[in-house]
Design a protein around this ligand. Structure first.
Ligand SMILES: Nc1ncnc2c1ncn2[C@@H]1O[C@H](COP(=O)(O)OP(=O)(O)OP(=O)(O)O)[C@@H](O)[C@H]1O
Length: 252
């Protein structure tokens, strides 16, 4: 399982996270919610090695994530999507998915330059996995098109496929429903449930779309001002006075 305790991050004098905690059972879908600026994306950036952590711990199946570089985090079984998409706009859908798989590549720079048989075998395997993924995520028709010309909802699917290409055990989704229409959100929900089921994935999502959170997630963690203020089922957190206050403000 994922266990995060007392995560602390500081930018200059500002504590962006202080006492952030979260647990997620294996193969569950858990949401991390909170008002704007609560620290949710910072939390993801800490788990994935993008921000240095100043205190606390985060373990996935007993492996410590704090202090690992981004490629070490990928090897520990984590992958993520980004709120503003982390795609190469001029590359095709397939090449973007292949780029996601390269995080796991074993061949070093020297072997890559010499194009040894091992490198070529690895490239073939990476391409095969990426092709399968484009099928699975419903991107076959647009596989050879540059990402920049695709509708936003399709680009978000590419982002999901890219994140899955490193074969994660734990998938972090940063606002997957943002910018999607209602039918697209319904499709996204089914897609998340399907990939979780097929791949035995554990999913943690940051999301403002409460309809999606409440219908998809078994557990919800709520943050405000960089710390965790509530954890529980969707029904429990909705009724929690601290959560109501965080979203609506204290009664005057
Ligand atoms: N690189 C950074 N340098 C300085 N401050 C930062 C940095 N990244 C985040 N912060 C600050 O940390 C706090 C938390 O921001 P964060 O983006 O994690 O919030 P969030 O909960 O994801 O918000 P939203 O829901 O609007 O995306 C904010 O006050 C933000 O300004």
């Amino acid at each position: 399982m994922l266990e995060v305790r007392d995560l602390t991050v500081q930018f200059g004098g500002v504590k962006a996270l202080s006492g952030a905690r979260l647990t997620a059972e294996r193969e569950s879908v858990t949401a991390l919610i909170g008002p704007n600026g609560a620290g949710k994306t910072t939390f993801f950036n800490c788990l994935t090695g993008l921000y240095p952590v100043h205190g606390g711990s985060a373990t996935w199946c007993g492996k410590q994530l704090v202090g690992l570089p981004a490629h070490g985090v990928a090897r520990a079984g984590l992958s993520r999507t980004f709120q503003n998409l982390a795609l190469f706009p001029s590359l095709t859908v397939l090449d973007n998915v292949i780029a996601g798989a390269h995080l796991l590549g074993r061949a070093g720079f020297a072997m890559g330059t010499l194009r040894t048989p091992r490198v070529r075998a690895e490239e073939r395997e990476t391409r095969r996995v990426a092709e399968e993924l484009t099928e699975e995520i419903g991107l076959r028709e647009v596989r050879d098109e540059p990402v920049s010309g695709l509708p936003y909802g399709t680009q978000k699917r590419v982002e999901l496929a890219r994140a899955l290409a490193s074969r994660p055990e734990l998938l972090l989704l940063d606002e997957p429903a943002a910018g999607l229409s209602s039918p697209e959100v319904a499709e996204l929900k089914q897609l998340i449930l399907d990939v979780r089921e097929r791949r035995g994935l554990t999913v943690l999502l940051v999301e403002h779309h409460m309809g999606l959170v409440m219908s998809l997630c078994r557990r919800v963690t709520v943050m405000n001002f960089g710390r965790t203020i509530a954890e529980g089922t969707p029904a429990e957190v909705q009724e929690d006075p601290a959560v109501v206050e965080a979203y609506l403000g204290a009664p005057t």
